[in-house]
Design a protein around this ligand. Structure first.
Ligand SMILES: Nc1nc2c(c(=O)[nH]1)N[C@H]1C(S)=C(S)[C@@H](COP(=O)(O)OP(=O)(O)OC[C@H]3O[C@@H](n4cnc5c(N)ncnc54)[C@H](O)[C@@H]3O)O[C@H]1N2
Ligand code: MOO
Length: 416
């Protein structure tokens, strides 16, 4: 990996979301290491090598329809042509003879095209009388055939290295008869929460404490990416404990993600410790929520110090960390941001100068997609994050939104 060299920022020089994203992506490169896994275990994994087709798919020319396999040369230009049906071809049980002049074969979808035939006539347009079938004029030579290799040709790259396997990829690999493939090793991510006020679940809260939710949102986000997780719990604002945690994390993991203690407040231990142990820059981002963030490395591990506020954790994770993790995991190209435009049904007040990620809900009426705010937008309010199904992304220069204005929307879920 190249050394990260994030730009310096001052309170007057906030880093834009695009600059932060570009700096982070420049600083990370794919981890080294791969393993062989069975096809099903490849779900969510990233291909380390191209998958080269060891055979044609389909393996043989076959029929796309139930009907009759005929020779186009036998068919009259006008009127019906009577052909003699001399056999049947089923999927998996081919007709082994040759289709001669004036002959036809009854054929089922998926059955191999018998030798001699070059055209499939769908059964609905034909008329059958005993062993004779009448074919109307107007058939096209080669119609309703699926050619050998038309999906995947022998020797071609069926999938490229860098592709993350979803359901379609598993099916594609299986269609080639491949049982095991080579994928990048899993990314190891260590994460912990910081702060004296943060309590682990399972015990009553002492005065001034809050339950640790960040470790659970991060657990969810990281698990969905298929990372190997090293959950290091809650680390108190104590130099010795923090040093031990950062040291252990940097040796065990490719990436360290923390929450809390990156702003200018009382948690200076964490900032000092990050600075002392690694090359870390503290950024003020021109975004809301998620303004303070630390980025750099400790030893060989990349470090993302996310802000403590629970929604700020998720915003910074999805806007900056997730693509970096995907790049480290070997994903290439990275998925598009998935932004589209919708009509906003709310008034949203906003100052220019920072990009805001508003929790929104999409709806559809009369063929129009519109979006509304999903409730209170404070950066500690997880409830609206859970009720939202998208971010409304208001760019830096936006000075507010009126009902009916077009806004950019980033949906949380893709279809596949
Ligand atoms: N004078 C300034 N104060 C603050 C600024 C600033 O620029 N100047 N930025 C504000 C913003 S914006 C954020 S975000 C926070 C981030 O600060 P920290 O990263 O140092 O986070 P903490 O102070 O530790 O915590 C903030 C908030 O979040 C709660 N928290 C922390 N960890 C968890 C957890 N694991 N689970 C649930 N809740 C958590 C914590 O109790 C605080 O309420 O700073 C602002 N202040
Ligand atoms: O920017 Mo802070 O991350 O709003 O809460």
């Amino acid at each position: 990996m190249t050394q990260p060299s994030p730009p310096e920022t001052t309170p007057r020089n906030f880093l834009s979301a695009d600059e932060a994203r570009a700096t982070i992506l420049d600083a990370v490169s794919t981890i080294v290491g791969w393993e062989r896994v069975a096809v099903r275990s490849a779900l969510g994994r990233v291909l380390a090598l191209d998958v080269i087709a060891p055979c044609n798919v389909p393996a043989h020319d076959n029929s796309a329809m139930d009907g009759y396999a005929v020779r186009a040369i036998d068919l009259a230009a006008s009127g019906d042509t009577a052909l003699t049906v001399v056999g049947t071809a089923y999927a998996g049980r081919p007709f082994s003879g040759i289709v001669g002049a004036g002959q036809a074969i009854r054929i089922m979808t998926g059955a191999a095209i018998p030798e001699g035939a070059d055209t499939i006539v769908v059964q609905e347009v034909t008329r059958r009388e005993d062993n004779q079938v009448f074919i109307p004029a107007g058939q096209r030579r080669g119609q309703n055939l699926r050619r050998a290799g038309e999906d995947l040709a022998l020797g071609s790259a069926a999938l490229s290295a860098g592709r993350r396997c979803g359901p379609a990829e598993l099916g594609l690999i299986a269609s080639l008869g491949i049982a095991e493939i080579t994928v990048c090793r899993r990314l190891r991510v260590a994460f912990f929460s910081t702060g004296d006020e943060i309590a682990s679940i399972g015990r009553p809260l002492a005065p001034g404490e809050v339950y640790d939710s960040n470790r659970y949102t991060l657990f969810g986000a990281l698990s969905r990416l298929g990372c190997d997780l090293i959950d290091m719990g809650v680390i108190a604002d104590n130099p010795a404990a923090l040093e031990a945690a950062f040291s252990e994390a940097s040796q065990a993991a490719d990436v360290i993600i923390t929450s809390g203690g990156v702003s200018v407040g009382e948690a200076d231990f964490i900032r000092d410790m990050m600075m002392r142990m690694g090359e870390v820059s503290f950024w003020k981002l021109a975004i809301k929520p998620g303004r303070p963030m630390a980025f750099g490395r400790i030893g060989n591990a990349m470090l993302f110090g996310l802000p403590g506020n629970p929604v700020a954790v998720l915003v910074t994770f999805y806007q900056f960390v997730q693509d970096a993790l995907l790049k480290l995991m070997g994903v290439n190209p990275l998925p598009p941001a998935g932004l589209f435009e919708a009509s906003c049904s709310d008034t949203i007040r906003k100052q220019p100068g920072r990009c805001e990620y508003i929790r929104g809900r999409l709806s559809r009426a009369n063929g129009q997609i519109s979006v509304a705010q999903a409730g209170a937008q404070g950066s500690g309010i997880l409830r609206s994050m859970s009720e939202a199904d998208c971010f409304i992304v208001l760019p830096e220069d936006c000075a507010g939104v009126q009902p009916g204005d077009r806004v950019l929307v980033q949906p949380f879920d893709g279809l596949v």
